[in-house]
Design a protein around this ligand. Structure first.
Ligand code: GCU
Length: 138
């Protein structure tokens, strides 16, 4: 099934700002995490049914240093210290996909920086089934 996109600039932002000073983002901008541990972006998402979902985070990291983030679902860490490694520059976006368990209906997804560098720049999350983010098999 097709993934549903949630723009970071429309999400709940703690210790970050909406920015447009790099190219290649979707929507009206992206979130520039403040360079501080604990900064986060929280998305409220809808799941049609309970079960495993793929959360694909589109990000840029123009530094040479990983910017890991905890991914929490409904207040509990579901994927600790997910790696957001360097992209070529701040205009180059990559996608990191993580499988999480959602309940049917409304869920919160929070991506929290775990180091003093803060998070990467975050463009959006795409919520789908795991098949949405895997290469087709036959
Ligand atoms: C630069 C860059 C920002 C980025 C920041 C960072 O200032 O222009 O987009 O967020 O570095 O290190 O997080």
């Amino acid at each position: 099934s097709a993934a549903t996109d949630y723009q970071a600039e429309d999400a709940r932002i703690s210790q970050g700002t909406v920015a447009t000073n790099h190219t290649g983002y979707t929507g009206s901008g992206f979130v520039d995490y403040t360079n501080v541990k604990g900064s986060y972006v929280e998305f409220t998402v809808d799941a049609a049914f309970a079960g495993t979902a793929s959360v694909a985070l589109r990000y840029a990291n123009g530094t040479a240093t990983d910017r890991p983030m905890d991914l929490s679902v409904n207040g509990a860490v579901a994927a600790p210290a997910v790696s957001f490694p360097a992209t070529a520059d701040w205009n180059t976006w990559a996608t990191k996909a993580v499988n999480v368990t959602l309940k049917a209906g409304t869920n919160t997804l929070r991506a929290t920086a775990t180091t003093d560098n803060g998070g990467p720049n975050l463009d959006r999350v795409s919520l789908g089934t795991p098949a949405d983010t895997q290469a087709p098999t036959r």
